[in-house]
Design a binder for this molecule. Structure first.
Ligand code: NAD
Length: 379
């Protein structure tokens, strides 16, 4: 095993119909942005690279990334788009595509997404669609992007009709995650990523949840070694769940704990909540739903809420959640999917409960959801 491979997590994604299986590596190593030239050349050789970044990340890391690439003789050009979730749109995608065309980017070239989940989704969708598809490299700069967007190959845009409804499967050729870049990330954004890590722990590995609880202040102090360990274990859990899904269809639903309520919270709040904040409130709610049904061991909600609060995350959906709008959002989602609303519930910390039908999601009577979410003054 060479030096490059030692810190590498291997991922495999089954690409869109007929395009087979795609394997790639995620390198998690503090300081690796400085080695981006050599690593990108090895991980995704191309003639030119379009480095796509939002305005804030471009300001912080754009020049450093360009220097690192050019130092190694790679040709790269920076393309910025305005920062913010509300820019993950068709309009911004079209403008970037036009700019790449004007710059003459061709089939032998590649896209590098430098930034958070928004840059990964937007630049990823651009790479999936530009000239029918060009290779993609991810250089995540938020915790969400490092431990979530890096694995799975999902890309997409937001529209007034919903989040991620326009999208494509386009796995990266290579992911370079440098946890030292988290030093500049604001605390709420760091907490947002912790929510996803807490979800992996709650659903898949109690030890991971306890490690997060024990190290939470070190993450906020931006200590790189604990952060690197957090990203690595989180990715291993997501990769493990996705590869089991290939043998056991539907298993990926274990990664949806907290997502049913979380997605509705995001939609009802008009994206006023960060991705991880909505997920955190969703997990607390779904743990309580599980306990009310007798599916989840008593005490799980209390433990989960304590960890969420330590991670500076909401442990309640809050009074802002309008009951009627909540159920309308779910109804709309159901119609789109053509199936009933189902919930991923825990049996205990670190384990998802399998339903009597063998599925990893559960039907929950609407009355139980109403009672738990809205009956007692919030979640
Ligand atoms: N495709 C997937 O698998 C997947 C998975 C999870 C989340 N997502 C998507 O990701 C998005 C959320 O991602 P996010 O939380 O990274 O949001 P984001 O990309 O908007 O980043 C959050 C903010 O932090 C700033 N920022 C980024 N890196 C920084 C750094 N190192 N220092 C200082 N500021 C920095 C950005 O400019 C932005 O303002 C959502 O749109 C969500 O749907 C996609």
């Amino acid at each position: 095993m060479n030096e490059r491979e030692r810190d590498m997590i291997r991922c495999a994604v089954t690409a869109a119909a007929g395009r087979g299986r795609h394997e790639y590596g995620v390198l998690v190593r503090p300081g690796s942005l400085e080695e981006a030239g050599r690593l990108v050349r090895e991980g995704c050789p191309a003639r030119n690279y379009a480095l796509i970044s939002d305005s804030q990340v471009a300001e912080l890391y754009g020049e450093r990334a360009l220097d690192a690439l050019r130092r190694d003789g790679l040709a790269a050009q920076l393309f910025r788009f305005p920062a913010g979730e509300w820019n993950k749109t068709r309009e911004v995608w079209a403008e970037l595509a036009d700019r790449l065309l004007r710059a003459g980017l061709g089939h032998e070239d590649a896209v590098i997404a430098l930034g958070g989940g928004v840059a990964a989704d937007l630049a990823g969708f651009l790479a999936a669609t530009y000239l029918g598809g060009v290779p993609l490299v991810l250089v995540p700069t938020t915790l969400v992007a490092m431990l979530d967007s890096a694995v799975g190959g999902e890309t997409g845009l937001d529209t007034p009709g919903g989040k991620g409804v326009i999208g494509a499967r386009h796995a990266p050729a290579f992911v370079l995650a440098d946890p030292s870049l988290l030093s500049t990330l604001p605390d709420p954004q760091l907490a947002s990523g912790l929510a996803r890590a807490i979800q992996y722990g709650s659903a898949l590995d109690a030890g991971h949840l306890e490690a997060i609880a024990a190290n939470v202040e070190r993450y906020f102090a931006r200590e790189v070694e604990p952060l690197a360990a957090l990203v690595t274990r989180s990715l291993e859990l997501k990769v493990g769940a996705l590869s089991r899904d290939e043998r056991e269809a539907g298993y990926h639903k274990v990664l949806d704990f907290g997502r049913t309520v979380g997605r509705a919270v995001e939609a009802v709040a008009g994206y006023g909540w960060l991705y991880g904040e909505a997920l955190a409130a969703g997990m607390a709610a779904e743990a309580a739903v599980g306990e009310a049904l007798g599916v989840t061991q008593p005490g799980v909600t209390r433990r989960l809420r304590a960890v969420l609060e330590a991670a500076r995350l909401p442990a309640e959906a809050g009074e802002g959640l309008d009951e009627d709008r909540y159920f309308k959002v779910l109804e709309l989602e159901c119609r789109r999917r053509g199936s009933e609303t189902r919930y991923t519930l825990l049996s205990e910390v670190g384990r998802v409960a399998q339903g009597p039908d063998g599925r990893w999601t559960h039907h929950v009577p609407e009355g139980v959801v109403r009672e738990v979410l809205f009956g007692g003054g919030g979640v």
